[in-house]
Unconditional design. Structure first.
Length: 371
């Protein structure tokens, strides 16, 4: 029973990926069946297009469909025009047309990667007639029809078969990022007693940077869904901006903790810094859990208290002149740490508000479903 439960939990943890696998399978099968029923020349392109446009979320599927269709139509028009207006009668002529077709479209795709399908489409429109003895206009129409069938099929499957909304994914991604920030903060503040080399600092920061890129991508997809009225929920901007500012706070704290503080300062700040590290990390992890579950924001009062204790300890250190006589870079790191923690304090307040907004949105949605 325990093993079955563990297996179920593992599958549940990967339900987004499992849903994508099912959608891709359904889209490919349906695209082939429809293309065959319509007697399209190359059902292969309908199937491949359905695979391309069926993405992890509805928002990403919308973008993939738009980009692929624009590229396909543009490439078909350009490739068909080249083939019709510049007829050829030899292999050398075909080679020249191929260069004329590929070069400008490849340049455009390099500037705007969303139009990368145009180059492939132009080549297909130009070369397929040589294999099937068709005219360029028919080749262009066939290509657009095949891609259109695949795109529409993939998009409909994304809407109808286990649809995955980016708004739900952004909760999970933001939660992971907050947990990474919590882990990094605890490790960085611990470095005030032992220092840290740049390689270790980069290792801590790299994981957060990668997760931030992923979160921004999902945020764009969520906003695309909201604009198309495919999903509801709070504006993703405040959440993304708040987490980005927290990431910047961690970067600043990391720079201030590369070299340990003087021993006498460590002794005075050890207890308040330990409290700050524990309380803020706990708050970030609780906020991550609240985002995942749509629960209320965790209490932020302990954060206020811990940072007040630290501020009092810093004031005592300054009053007693423990920083005097040390190199200027030591004083800079000391004051930079205090400034960074104060900035993080403000940003944690914003996080408390934003998590509350997402919790209210989840509650409102549940209430509407119940009604």
């Amino acid at each position: 029973m325990t093993r079955a439960r563990q297996l179920f939990d593992r599958i549940r943890a990967r339900r987004t990926q499992l849903g994508l696998a099912i959608r891709v399978t359904v889209a490919a099968t349906a695209a082939y069946a429809i293309a065959t029923a319509l007697h399209l020349l190359l059902p292969l392109w309908a199937v491949l297009t359905s695979l391309i446009v069926t993405q992890m979320s509805v928002g990403r599927s919308l973008k993939a469909t738009r980009d692929y269709m624009l590229g396909t139509i543009g490439g078909a028009l350009y490739g068909g025009a080249i083939a019709i207006l510049l007829p050829y009668s030899s292999e050398a002529g075909l080679l020249g047309l191929l260069v004329l077709s590929v070069a400008p479209l490849a340049f455009i795709a390099a500037i705007n990667p969303s139009l990368s399908a145009a180059t492939v489409t132009a080549v297909i429109v130009l070369l397929v007639p040589t294999l099937h003895h068709a005219d360029p206009l028919t080749s262009a129409i066939d290509r657009v029809s095949e891609v259109g069938v695949g795109a529409v099929t993939g998009l409909l499957v994304s809407f109808l078969v286990l649809p995955s909304r980016a708004v739900r994914q952004i909760r999970a991604s933001a939660a992971v990022l907050l947990e990474l920030i919590a882990d990094a903060l605890a490790e960085l503040l611990a470095g005030l007693t032992r220092g840290r080399d740049n390689d270790a600092l980069h290792r801590i920061q790299d994981g957060i940077g990668t997760a931030m890129v992923n979160l921004n991508a999902i945020g764009s997809e969520a906003e695309r869904e909201r604009a198309a009225r495919l999903s509801s929920g709070p504006d993703t901007g405040p959440l993304l901006r708040t987490i980005l500012r927290l990431r910047h706070d961690v970067v600043m704290i990391g720079r201030a903790t590369v070299v340990p503080l003087p021993v006498e300062v460590q002794l005075r700040l050890a207890a308040p810094l330990s409290e700050v590290s524990t309380v803020i990390a706990r708050f970030l992890r609780s906020a991550a859990g609240a985002l995942r579950e749509g629960a209320g924001a965790p209490p932020i009062h302990p954060v206020h208290v811990a940072l007040q204790h630290y501020a009092e300890a810093v004031a005592s250190v300054r009053q007693d002149g423990l920083i005097r006589g040390h190199p200027s870079d030591t004083a800079e790191r000391f004051f930079a740490l205090g400034f960074s923690l104060e900035q993080m304090h403000q940003n944690l307040g914003d996080l408390d508000r934003v998590v509350g907004e997402w919790s209210e949105a989840s509650t409102d949605k549940t209430a509407r479903v119940a009604e």
